[in-house]
Design a protein around this ligand. Structure first.
Ligand code: CA2
Length: 150
């Protein structure tokens, strides 16, 4: 399955500033890890980053007709207040998994609320770059449900 990975604002700075919060891995390295992870699982990813809300809305809206099967989305700071991104996620039929490098629930109060989470398939936060890999797995290898009892 082909998965679209969207990185929101400021994530282009990853690995160059605030290593104590976001680590030392750059966005180029995260994307490389994702491509390798997807390849090992027989899938693929296309990774894009934008600092602009409208660009992210356009990519979300276009994803289905571009042939993607799901979206791994780190909306960055937009997570906490962008109703435009929430509406875009709610409007599309593709599954979206919200991911965060940091554990947003253990940080400042304003980061504990996501306006996206309620319309996403789920949220993964706090595992550094691995959050993205887990997001890929959640979309491509949904957890097995226990067999029904007879
Ligand atoms: O933990 C995450 O992945 C966040 O989405 C990152 C956002 C933050 O606003 C969210 O609350 C949580 C910030 C991305 C900025 O990334 C930087 C990376 C390096 C240096 C400066 C910013």
């Amino acid at each position: 399955m082909k998965i679209l990975v969207l990185h929101g604002p400021n994530l282009n700075l990853l690995g160059t500033r605030e290593p104590g919060v976001y680590g030392k891995v750059t966005l180029v390295e995260v994307d490389r890890m994702l491509r390798e992870h997807a390849r090992r699982r027989g899938g693929s990813v296309e990774c894009r980053q934008s600092n602009h809300e409208g660009q992210l809305v356009d990519w979300l809206q276009a994803a289905q007709r571009e042939g993607f099967g799901g979206i791994v989305f780190n909306p960055g700071a937009f997570t906490h207040y962008s109703i435009a991104l929430r509406d875009a996620v709610a409007a599309i039929t593709l599954p979206v998994v919200e991911v965060h490098l940091s554990n947003v629930h253990g940080r400042e109060e304003f980061r504990r609320h996501s306006v996206i989470a309620a319309v996403a398939r789920g949220q993964i936060a706090g595992f550094g770059p691995q959050s993205y890999l887990l997001g890929f797995d959640a979309l491509t290898a949904p957890a097995r449900r226990p067999a029904p009892r007879r």
